[in-house]
Design a protein around this ligand. Structure first.
Ligand SMILES: C[S@@+](CC[C@H](N)C(=O)[O-])C[C@H]1O[C@@H](n2cnc3c(N)ncnc32)[C@H](O)[C@@H]1O
Ligand code: SF4
Length: 492
């Protein structure tokens, strides 16, 4: 966009619309990850750059495909690739394949330094108590796991028993992330999840007794949810002593039940903005700090880090005077990996198979279970790193310039001018800061920043589609979802 007026017109045309990709942090969306021949060994070698390249560490994500069946399917709102859970046998089989994938990658990643581990999904607390030690052994089969490393496991309230949480802790898992979404037993029914508020609080109590820090995911903008419902949930969790809360706006997209059948019951974008403001102000008044558009944290009795998420937002950092890069390796079903480099060699993002049969088939055939990927160009790497940093609501201009060779303000001046006018951002010589309603509108801000580049990419994609490489129309509905599994990465 050439000038501030164009940017304003773009924002005005889009700000009342539901924004998608609210849980997406990167650039470009997986819609553009169309390369089916990801050169995995070459990508892996970039993790160990020769000479005086950036030192690298691995931020590890391990996926689990399965979820309890619900009616409507996929909890009515979920955009992540998942498969329906039937029995323990599925989990045993899956763990066997996970181990095989690890063995394929051991020659490349064995001995790599791990920075943190996150077990996500799907539903990673469907495993039985005895399977958590096996899960950790599979990870130890590839990596030397340092004793004090942050290891998080994500799951749903009704399958966190005290016995399981004990087994998790004994196997080395030291942080829990619980997806509650709603605490109102009537509202949660819209998702078909057989979950009660009581189970949420019992899990919190078990975690406290076991010394496990815990964070909870809630969603606002839910069908028939009012501001009172939202405040009641936030207050109940604050009163229970919670120190980290993720408060996502409902992302409505694709062929989910909420998108197809519950639109009438959804609060409008205007009402969601109101909910966002009231929720944020309440949490801040209770001593929380806003660390991303949707993450709020405060200190509590249990010391805890949120390293996995932080390294996703700032994957290049100074450590002891050295520049250290944190690649993300997504291991297992639908895992998403980012192996990025420098402007001279910008790196790759890729995703593993999102159907469990395809994942198994590739491994049976001795192939890396990679579905498709994206080779960054310089401009895409710049945008990607800028998007990641914007998640923390602040961009250090000098650091960004040192990393990518261009100043983020100079490169996107009309966008920043428009955002400063709207009081969604502030810019000075050192920092770009997202403020006011800017955090709520961050997906729109990102779309404005990437507008011209995405236009150019769409044109190329159409041209490529005509020559036989699948264009997005050839992708199935799931693949078209903009989902990245980071809790957060989650790819959404
Ligand atoms: C992929 S889920 C996995 C966790 C677990 N299976 C659960 O359902 O709680 C991770 C988190 O993503 C968030 N999420 C999933 N779909 C979403 C959507 N459509 N809009 C907003 N948040 C979503 C939820 O808050 C959820 O806790
Ligand atoms: S919200 Fe969680 S439990 Fe529901 S389908 Fe998605 S990943 Fe599975």
């Amino acid at each position: 966009m050439r000038d501030i007026r164009e940017v304003r017109a773009y924002i005005d045309a889009h700000r009342q619309r539901r924004q998608s990709n609210k849980v997406l942090h990167g650039h470009p969306s997986p819609v553009f990850w169309l390369d089916r021949d990801v050169p995995v060994p070459t990508v892996m070698r970039s993790h160990r750059p020769e000479g005086d390249g950036v030192r690298k560490r691995i931020n590890l994500y391990v996926g689990t495909p399965y979820c309890l069946p619900t009616d409507p399917g996929r909890c009515g709102f979920c955009l992540f690739p998942t498969e329906v859970y039937r029995d323990r046998q599925q989990l045993d089989t899956y763990l066997g394949y996970l181990k095989r994938e690890g063995e394929m990658f051991r020659p490349y990643l064995g001995g790599a330094e791990l920075s943190s581990i996150y077990f996500g999904g799907g539903t990673s607390n469907l495993y039985k108590a005895d399977q958590y030690a096996r899960l950790m052994d599979i990870v130890r089969g590839v990596f030397d796991v340092p004793p004090d490393i942050e290891v998080t496991l994500e799951g749903i309230p009704q399958t966190f028993s005290h016995e399981k949480l004990t087994a998790m802790r004994d196997s080395g898992i030291n942080r829990i992330s619980m997806g509650a979404q709603q605490l109102d037993d009537e509202l949660i029914k819209a998702s078909g999840r057989k979950q009660t508020a009581d189970q949420v609080f019992r899990t919190l109590d078990s975690c406290r007794r076991l010394g496990l820090p815990v964070s909870v995911d809630l969603i606002f903008g839910w069908p028939n949810q009012t501001i009172n419902h939202m405040l009641r949930d936030l207050k109940a969790l604050v009163d229970a002593g919670l120190t980290h809360l993720t408060h996502y706006e409902l992302n409505v997209a694709g062929r989910t039940d909420f998108s197809r059948h519950r639109r009438e019951e959804l609060p409008s974008t205007r009402q969601n903005l109101e909910m966002y403001r009231i929720g944020r102000d309440y949490l801040v008044s209770e001593g929380f700090t806003q660390v991303t558009p949707y993450d709020f944290q405060r200190s509590g009795s249990l010391p805890s880090t949120y390293l996995y998420e932080e390294l996703f937002r700032k994957p290049l950092r100074e450590d002891d005077g050295h520049l250290v890069g944190y690649d993300a390796w997504g291991w297992g079903f639908a895992g998403i990996s980012f192996f990025f480099g420098t402007p001279r060699n910008p790196g790759w993002a890729y995703m593993n198979q999102t159907r469990v049969d395809d994942y198994f088939r590739d491994l049976d055939a001795g192939r890396f279970p990679v579905m498709r990927g994206f080779r960054y160009s310089e401009i895409d790497l710049r945008l990607h790193l800028l998007f990641q940093e914007l998640q923390s609501l602040e961009v250090d201009r000098r650091r960004h310039l040192a990393l990518v060779g261009r100043d983020a303000v100079d490169e996107h001046r009309p966008v920043w001018d428009a955002l400063v006018d709207l009081e969604w951002a502030a810019v000075d010589d050192d920092l770009i800061t997202i403020e006011g309603d800017g955090a709520f509108y961050l997906p729109l801000i990102q779309n404005a920043l990437a507008h011209d580049r995405l236009d150019a990419m769409r044109k190329t994609r159409r041209a490529i589609g005509a020559t036989g490489v699948p264009a997005s129309g050839a992708l199935d509905a799931e693949q078209r979802q903009e989902v990245v599994p980071v809790p957060a990465a989650r790819a959404s």
